[in-house]
Design a protein around this ligand. Structure first.
Ligand code: URA
Length: 243
């Protein structure tokens, strides 16, 4: 098991309440799984610090950035209408990031990305990939809900760009999966439609980037689930996991 996988495994165990690992547990002797199979258990909405890491945690770049985002007033309208900023959730050293558009009403109310109907579908997609939601990092282009769920305005994306760029720099994922047009076009700085961005690999920093349809689009067009499944198979195959 590599150190990233080991750390994520330890964090999952810790989140599940495991405080001691017997020598005979086999941890460290397992073959190298790049991903863990979906299991049932308590879900985790943020990354708890490992024991003894409390001081470091306060200074972690993602913690500091989340605090900065929570106080952001760059978009006057969004700052005035939001209930919560929605920063992102998941392991700080996640191998995969799922990148969406902007919070909706449920996310604005809870402060967590992808918790509404589209979020439930995203969780199913993640689990169909033999991953658990808590194994991946989930974030959006915008950290505040656009009123009425309208598409983010260019100025709003510009105001948030530094935030998602710093998130990706801190996490340094191996894979970024862009969910829908807004995420794909803004990450890749292109105006190509999502249909033409699918089925191709891109890079962002050191990450491999793949684009697929947004779960909200799938709720309106269930036939496109097959396309998303094809895209997930391509991403997982690149990781050495056949679906
Ligand atoms: N749609 C998104 O793009 N992000 C969310 O967090 C929820 C819905």
């Amino acid at each position: 098991m590599n150190s990233r996988a080991m750390r994520q495994r330890l964090e999952s165990l810790e989140a599940a309440g495991v405080t001691q690992i017997p020598k005979s547990s086999g941890l460290g002797r397992q073959p190298q799984p790049l991903v863990t199979r979906a299991v049932t258990g308590p879900s985790r909405v943020s990354t708890p610090a490992l024991p003894g890491a409390a001081t470091d945690d306060r200074a972690h770049p993602l913690r500091l950035l989340a605090e900065e985002v929570a106080g952001c007033t760059r978009c006057a309208e969004l700052a005035a209408t939001r209930t919560n900023t929605v920063f992102g959730v998941g392991p700080r050293d996640a191998q995969i990031c799922f990148f969406g558009e902007a919070p909706g009403a449920d996310e604005d109310a809870t402060g967590e990305p992808f918790v509404g109907r589209a979020g439930e579908l995203l969780t199913k997609i993640i689990e169909a990939c033999h991953l658990r939601r808590e194994d991946v990092y989930i974030l959006n282009v915008l950290k505040c809900r656009p009123p009425g769920n309208r598409t983010p305005l260019p100025d709003e994306v510009a105001h948030c760009r530094g935030y998602f760029e710093r998130q990706f720099a801190a996490i340094s994922p191996e894979y970024i999966c862009c969910l829908g047009t807004t995420a794909a076009q803004n990450l890749l700085e292109t105006t190509e439609p999502i249909g033409r961005l699918r089925k191709r690999w891109f890079t962002y920093g050191t990450a491999k980037v793949i684009c697929t349809y947004h779960p909200s689009y799938l709720l309106r067009n269930p036939a496109a689930k097959r396309d998303v499944w094809d895209d997930m198979k391509v991403m997982m195959a690149d990781m050495g996991v056949e679906l």
